[in-house]
Design a protein around this ligand. Structure first.
Ligand code: PLP
Length: 387
């Protein structure tokens, strides 16, 4: 049976070069980087080199990189760390309705703990307007946390403009760039960002490792307590093999971005055009300002989970616009924030493409989707699937 992976926004396979780089640190190089002896010096060097690679990929200095257990922890550290670092008594945080839960729920948590929070709405494409950010900033605002590119609908947000506004107003700007790094050109040397989250497994690195970029002089306090690792901002013995993998994955990810964008967007556009040929299908997310590998559509009169499961039987791996939690199907908070009707939001699919996908796979997928949609629509106008 065919096995077609179109869920690269959920995670990516690890590159062979990345695995090769990691193996010595899972075998003979096991010293603790904090140890002063030869074994420790060896791994300390690898840790420093990985930090240099990540910093070079972003156009910043190694001292500004803090390794974390992934994108989730980086977002938590950025938002809670800034909140804890403020000594002026200011307490207002701004975010958007389409953030990943790792950012959105952290802000909401602070909201329950006495911080003032503003969750900005988005337009029909899932994009926050910079003017709204500007209008929301008060003399109490400490932080704006708005993502670079959305993981569900692929829209690229105006992060540069938002960053400039924050800088003018003297407010910190954090951006969740987990979907952007390695996929669109990025250089923090030129972009007004104070904190940025990234995660290795979204760009062909290992799972469970990421980083938070913290611009020099940004006041952030730790959220975990323990040893002095990562300038005390992230205590705990380093996950060295994963960090080495992150460094190597970053080197590979930032190379040849224009070529990768060209290849992926050609596949993406072929898939979008084919899907829009099916009756009662609409594209979600911005038609142009979108990630090169993202396709998100609502297919009316069918249910996303049923589509997903039927495509899975045909060997095609995609994800749906609802989160299957504790037996209920909640429509995606992103699609709802964009103003989609909940029932239509539930009939949504995300295809996220990657380097391994081919034109043949796109065409096979289009045939499969057409067949599945016809079958499901014929069976019943709208079946609510049991999770
Ligand atoms: C995947 C993802 C995260 C979470 O990253 P993990 O490394 O899986 O914790 C956060 N934000 C966005 C936008 C993501 O796509």
């Amino acid at each position: 049976m065919k096995k077609i992976y179109m869920d690269y926004s959920a995670t990516t396979p690890m590159r062979e070069e990345v695995l090769e780089a990691m193996l010595p640190y899972l075998r003979e190089r096991y010293g603790n980087p904090s140890s002063l002896h030869l074994f420790g010096r060896e791994t300390r060097k690898a840790l420093d080199e990985a930090r240099e690679k990540v910093a070079a990929g972003l156009g910043v200095t190694p001292e500004e990189i803090i390794f974390t257990s992934g994108g989730t922890e980086a977002n938590n550290l950025a938002i809670m760390g800034v909140a804890r670092g403020i000594s002026s008594g200011k307490n207002h945080i701004i975010t958007s309705a389409v953030e990943h839960h790792a950012a959105l729920d952290t802000v909401k948590f602070l909201g329950e703990r006495g911080y003032k929070i503003t969750i900005l709405p988005v337009d029909e494409y899932g994009i926050v307007s910079p003017q709204q950010v500007k209008d929301a900033i008060t003399d109490q605002t400490i932080l704006v946390s708005i993502m670079t590119a959305n993981n569900e609908v692929g829209s690229i947000l105006p992060f540069e403009e938002i960053g400039r506004i924050c800088r003018e107003k003297g407010v910190y700007y954090h951006t969740d760039a987990v979907q952007a790094i390695g996929h669109i050109p990025f250089n923090l040397h030129e972009q007004p960002v104070d904190l940025l989250s990234l995660s290795a497994h979204k760009f062909y690195g290992p799972k469970g490792v990421g980083a938070l970029y913290i611009r020099r002089k940004t006041r952030v306090k730790q959220i975990l307590f323990g040893g002095g690792q990562e300038r005390k901002l992230r205590p705990g013995t380093e996950n060295l093999s994963a960090i080495v993998g992150l460094g190597r994955a970053m080197e590979l990810a930032v190379a040849h971005i224009p070529e990768k964008i060209e290849k992926l967007s050609r596949l993406r556009d072929r898939l979008i055009q084919g899907l829009l040929q099916i009756e009662d299908v609409r594209l979600n997310g911005h038609p142009e300002k979108r990630l090169p590998g993202n396709v998100n559509v609502s297919i009316f009169f069918v249910e996303g989970e049923s589509l997903l499961l039927d495509l899975d039987l045909k060997g095609i791996a995609v994800s749906s616009g609802s989160a299957c939690t504790s037996g209920s199907l909640d429509p995606s908070h992103v699609l709802l924030a964009m103003g989609l009707d909940p029932q239509i939001a539930q009939g949504s699919l995300r295809f996220s493409l990657g380097a391994e996908n081919t034109i043949e796979e796109i065409d096979y997928t289009l045939e499969a989707v057409q067949e599945t949609v016809q079958k499901l629509r014929a069976m019943s106008p709208f079946i609510r699937n049991i999770c």
